[in-house]
Structures are given as structure tokens and as C-alpha cells.
Write a protein that binds this ligand. Structure first.
Ligand code: CO
Length: 465
């Protein structure tokens, strides 16, 4: 059997290249062309798309999902799900996670890819249980990073635990694009010989090595690769779907995708991409190879965030110092993989350490919570200077249990809280994740404006009056 391909242009592609701004209309127009193209799945939802719909596009993310499902009756739809954080930025109680999974599957998702920034599987347990309960396919992603503790043995042990947890497949999630070809070969071989689960590889081309890495992974027996249709491939996104479809043609790995469908989708995506190039949301810099990724082991998005924070402070001359500070902070925090939200947290701490001139003089709330165990277990022991650590812990309890065990069920109280704005459980979930933007969106959505003799009267369908 050939290699299976998951098409990512409609989620990660535009998230990586132009800040997740593709509209539902654009997504649907492409999705319908590739429904019959032979993909293993289309990644179309989750990640930052949910937030972006509400915040920037004035769209209902649930409606996007239903519309895509409608035009894709033949292909599985996939989403990216941040474990106990769902698609938001805090830990949610188990019943909210359960309801979100239920509604995602009900509205059209087939495969849920869950990951935790710390690879703390306790943060994924509820999402996995719910996914199985509602008949979804559950994939657990290993957040890939390099450090003295992130050895092949570490990932193999994690994979065995993932298998026990009941996942249907495993993804190696290389969000920074730092997985080297030979390391990928060795990792895939080791995972294949220690678990029965299918292995998928998700990479980014930012450092210019991703195609080579995919090729070695294929030779090692990887089952599925994540690619994006050409106009939305490469740069900070995934390798090109067509490049792999052509390169593997006639071999035992042949993905056998329908080229004609890919051509049509490509031409639509070219028009869409040109629009974002023109309006500036797609920075041509995102399309070229960035050698600093491999040098500093820092994801591309994090590099641009650091630059922005420094230039806001008028401190761009400190950029090199901050880049040297990042690995130090990461080491002291127990080598967390640099993925959302840890990438932002480690980056901000590094910037603060450098610009204040005193390390950990200012500690953001998130880092404080992390050191209290509220994000889960760090991959390696915390090695922060004891005086600094004691000052931050401040004699408070450091938790070692699963963080969500401390949360009371909250869905019913959220439903009560939002009863004036929410018309469905989906609305409640949108509000639970992004209260402010979802409130604004739902108020607008449920309001009809009647223009009568120059008098504008607003009717809010839910709140009344
Ligand atoms: Co990605």
C-alpha cells in the first residue's frame, strides 16, 4: 500500500503562511475540489482557525465545519486539538473537553489529533476517552523537540503509553521543523518496531530540510505524511502535496492522488494566496528558508514574536542576547518543547531576563503557574536557581496531580452564565473558549437591523428589545 497523505492547506497551511485568515468561503471552495482526490484526510479545523473565525473573520467556526462536511462526503475531516486546553489558552474541566469533542464529531470531524505541549499524557486522557466514546478516530501527537532528555527511548516509552491509552495512531509533530533526516529515520524505525499503531509525520519547511526528512521517514516505514497543495506549501508550511505525489509515482509508496483535482485546487489556492500577498498578511519572508531555526532550535513563529517584543521595547540590539537566553530558560524549566503555549512563555521570560538586566526579576503569571505544576509535569527536573525558585513558589503548593483533577465541572454553569447570548451548546463552547470575541460575534450574529424611515432599529433575537 502507498503512503497516505493528509492535506493541510486548509488549516496549517494558511495558519503558517498568512495568520489563519482564509475565510470559510475560500476553504469550502477548495475543499469541494479535493474531496475525491484520494487523501487520507483533510485537516480543516482546530488549531488557530477557531479563534481566527471569531476574532478576525466575523464567522462562526462551527458553521465552517458543517459547510466543509457538506461538500466533503467522501474524505475524513481532521482537526488539531490542544488536549486539556481544547483550542484556548487555559485548562478546561473534563466536562467541557468532553462536550467540545462531542460537538466537534457531531458537526463533522472524523479524526482528532490531540497534543500536549509538555507531552504530559494526563492532559490528553479526557480528550482521548471522549473521542472514543463519540466514535471518533483519535490520534495523539508527540511534540517533537531536541534536548538531553528527548531521546529515542523517551519517545518510544511515550508511544507505548499512547498505545495503552487507546489512541488509533501516533503523529510525530515537528512544529519547529528541526527533525533531521537521519533522526527521523531512526525515530520512525524505533516507533514502528515498538508499537502497532500507524505513524504519521507532521513537519514544517522553515529550516529547509523537511522534504529530506519526509523521504527518510518514508524509507523507515512511516504510514502517513502531512503535505499542503503547492501554493500553500513550503516556507513556514508543509512540503508540497504534488511534489510528493510526483516523486513517489511508480514506486511502492505511490500516494495515487488525482492530479486533475490537485490542479483545480492549486489554481484556486493561487488566487487566494495572491490576495494575501497583496494585502500584506502573507509576508514573502515566510516563504524562504530560515537557517536560524536549526541554529537556535526555535520555531519560526517564535522568532518573529521575539523580534516583535524587542522592537516594541526599542531593544532590537538585544536580539542575539535573547536568542542565547532562550535555551538557558528552557533548560532551567526542564526542557519543555517550544510549542504553544510554552514557546510564548519561554520566549517572553527570555526577553524579560535580558531587557530588565536581572534574570527572573519579572516572572509572568504563566511561568509562575508552570512552576507550580499547573501545566503538568515538565519533561526534565526544574533546575532553576533555588533562591529564585523559592521566591516564585512563595511557600505555595506545587501540584503533582493531573491539573484538571482540581477543576470542578463547569459546562452547566457556563451554560447558565451565557444563557442570554448562547443559542446552542456550540455557542456556549465558543464563549467558554473566547469569551470576549465570541460575545461580540454572537451579539452581532443574533441581531437584525431594520432600516425604517431613516431610523435604525436593532433587534437582538436572543436578548430581545
Ligand atoms: Co504544524
Amino acid at each position: 500500500m502507498g503512503i497516505k497523505i493528509v492535506e493541510t492547506s486548509l488549516r496549517d497551511g494558511h495558519q503558517s503562511l498568512f495568520a489563519t485568515r482564509m475565510t470559510t468561503e475560500e476553504v469550502v471552495s477548495v475543499a469541494k475540489e479535493i474531496d475525491g482526490a484520494g487523501f487520507h484526510a483533510l485537516e480543516v479545523w482546530g488549531g488557530a482557525t477557531f479563534d481566527s473565525c471569531l476574532r478576525f473573520l466575523n464567522e462562526d467556526p462551527w458553521e465552517r465545519l458543517r459547510k466543509v462536511k457538506e461538500v466533503c462526503p467522501h474524505t475524513k475531516l481532521q482537526m488539531l486539538f490542544r488536549g486539556q486546553n481544547i483550542l484556548g489558552y487555559r485548562h478546561y474541566s473534563d466536562d467541557v473537553v468532553d462536550m467540545f469533542v462531542k460537538k466537534s464529531i457531531e458537526n463533522g470531524i472524523d479524526i482528532i489529533r490531540v497534543f500536549d505541549a509538555l507531552n504530559d499524557l494526563r492532559n490528553l486522557k479526557q480528550a482521548v476517552l471522549s473521542c472514543k466514546k463519540y466514535g471518533g478516530e483519535c490520534q495523539i501527537a508527540l511534540s517533537y523537540t531536541t534536548s538531553p532528555v528527548h531521546t529515542i527511548e523517551y519517545y518510544v516509552n511515550l508511544a507505548k503509553e499512547i498505545e495503552k491509552l487507546g489512541a488509533d495512531s501516533i503523529c510525530i509533530k515537528d512544529m519547529a521543523g528541526v527533525l533531521l533526516p537521519q533522526d527521523a529515520y531512526d525515530l520512525v524505525k524505533a516507533l514502528k518496531s515498538n508499537t502497532k499503531l500507524p505513524i504519521e509525520l507532521h513537519g514544517h519547511c522553515t529550516a529547509g530540510i523537511c522534504e529530506m526528512t519526509y523521504f527518510r521517514a518514508i524509507e523507515a516505514g512511516v504510514d502517513i505524511i502531512d503535505c499542503a497543495i503547492s501554493p500553500l506549501s513550503n516556507g513556514t508550511a508543509q512540503p508540497s502535496t504534488q511534489a510528493f505525489n510526483s516523486s513517489l509515482r511508480g514506486t511502492k509508496y505511490d500516494p495515487k492522488l488525482d492530479e486533475k483535482a490537485l490542479d483545480i485546487a492549486s489554481s484556486k489556492l493561487t488566487t487566494i494566496k495572491d490576495k494575501y500577498l497583496k494585502n500584506g498578511l502573507l509576508n514573502p519572508k515566510s516563504l524562504s528558508v530560515n537557517p536560524n531555526i536549526l541554529k537556535y532550535q526555535v520555531p519560526g513563529g517564535m522568532l518573529s514574536n521575539l523580534m516583535k517584543q524587542l522592537s516594541d521595547q526599542g531593544a532590537m540590539d538585544k536580539f542575539e542576547d535573547v536568542l542565547k537566553e532562550v535555551p538557558l530558560v528552557r533548560k532551567e524549566l526542564g526542557y519543555p518543547p517550544l510549542v504553544t503555549p510554552l514557546s510564548q512563555m519561554v520566549g517572553t521570560q527570555a526577553v524579560l531576563n535580558v531587557i530588565t538586566g536581572e534574570r527572573y526579576k519579572i516572572v509572568p503569571k504563566e511561568i509562575n503557574d508552570y512552576l507550580h505544576g499547573r501545566y503538568g509535569k515538565a519533561p526534565a527536573p526544574i533546575t532553576l536557581d533555588e533562591t529564585i525558585l523559592n521566591r516564585i513558589i512563595n511557600n505555595e503548593e506545587v501540584i503533582t496531580c493531573r491539573p484538571a483533577d482540581l477543576l470542578e465541572p463547569e459546562f452547566e454553569s457556563l451554560k447558565e452564565k451565557y444563557k442570554d447570548i448562547a443559542k446552542s451548546d456550540e455557542d456556549v463552547l465558543s464563549l467558554a473558549l473566547f469569551e470576549k470575541v465570541a460575545t461580540d460575534f454572537l451579539k452581532k450574529k443574533n441581531t437584525i437591523i431594520v432600516n425604517k424611515e431613516d431610523q435604525v432599529i436593532e433587534f437582538n433575537l436572543v436578548i430581545g428589545g
